[in-house]
Ligand binder design. Structure first.
Ligand SMILES: NC(=O)c1ccc[n+]([C@@H]2O[C@H](COP(=O)([O-])OP(=O)(O)OC[C@H]3O[C@@H](n4cnc5c(N)ncnc54)[C@H](OP(=O)(O)O)[C@@H]3O)[C@@H](O)[C@H]2O)c1
Length: 262
């Protein structure tokens, strides 16, 4: 059987950081469907083992479950260093969102957001891009959010970390292109994941997408540009927020959605 161009470019293994549930599990499934083997990182061992076994059974691929907390970069680096497989695709999906008024958010929660949403994707990108550059092929996907396109009240720190990921991916998209490494930021709107459902409680935002749709659109966009915004409603919203409205108006509009979050 002929090997697909995706597998040739991004195989033989993909590492999904935060790959056992929600969007991360959808990324893992979409990658498995393309025939790549997987390394999946998450904290809950039972959920991770079950997902790894299911993907192996369904797609006949090798799946390495790696139980680790992405807030502890040194531990994650050590565990990845012990692997003997070659990683050609890296997806950073996990995030921590301290939701609610800044004045009542503890230093610990802010530090956790910085560790999981900034330090880990930045240093894992450094770690995993080095062998990709050497091989002159590979792919990196960093999860951002529409919340990161402007200030988002009551989500201020989370939104700032998501902005960091988008800007990092944009710069690296250009920088690593000559080395054959594709970098992409996914600026997603609302996605039906356990994390989102827990935060939103009852209401669902317009343009909310299923996780499998976001994962599929993102992988299809890899290699085509620095940024993907899955969903027409979300593309219109981003155009409005970043190009048509003043910054003040964009923050005010975002505040209508995020202002009441606690
Ligand atoms: N959901 C949305 O509406 C939405 C919108 C825009 C952007 N995004 C972005 O999309 C990504 C996924 O969002 P989500 O919150 O909805 O999550 P999710 O897809 O439900 O993924 C959470 C996954 O990450 C793992 N994880 C979380 N924290 C971890 C940690 N510290 N160490 C290791 N693994 C960890 C979880 O497993 P364990 O719990 O077992 O560790 C789980 O497998 C995030 O980057 C988010 O910013 C989401």
């Amino acid at each position: 059987m002929k090997t697909s161009p995706f597998k040739v470019k991004y195989g033989p293994y993909a590492l999904v950081a935060g790959g056992s549930d929600g969007l991360g599990a959808a990324f893992a499934e979409a990658i498995a469907r393309r025939g790549l083997n997987l390394v999946l990182i998450a904290r809950r061992e039972d959920r991770l083992e079950a997902e790894a076994a299911r993907l192996t059974e369904t797609y006949g691929i090798d799946v390495i479950p790696l139980v680790a907390d992405l807030a502890d970069y040194e531990d994650v680096k050590r565990r990845i260093g012990a692997l003997t497989v070659s990683i050609g695709l890296f997806v950073y999906n996990a995030a921590y969102a301290p939701i609610g008024p800044f004045e009542s958010t503890s230093e610990d929660r802010l530090a956790l957001a910085a560790a999981v949403n900034v330090k880990a994707p930045l240093l894992l990108t450094k770690l995993l891009s080095a062998p990709m550059i050497q091989r002159q092929r590979g792919g990196i996907v960093l999860m951002s959010s529409l919340a990161g396109a402007q200030g988002s009240p009551n989500l201020s720190a989370y939104a700032a970390t998501k902005s960091f990921n988008a800007i990092l991916a944009e710069g690296l998209w250009k920088e690593l292109k000559p080395h054959g490494v594709d970098v992409l930021a996914c600026c997603a709107g609302a996605i039906l994941t356990p994390g989102y459902q827990q935060a939103q409680k009852a209401k669902t935002a317009p343009g909310t997408l299923e996780a499998r749709v976001v994962a599929e659109r993102t992988l299809q966009a890899l290699g085509r540009g620095p940024i993907v915004i899955p969903g027409a409603v979300n593309r219109i919203a981003r155009f409005l927020l970043t190009r048509l409205l003043t910054r003040k108006a964009a923050i005010g509009m975002m505040s209508k959605n995020t202002g009441g979050l606690s």
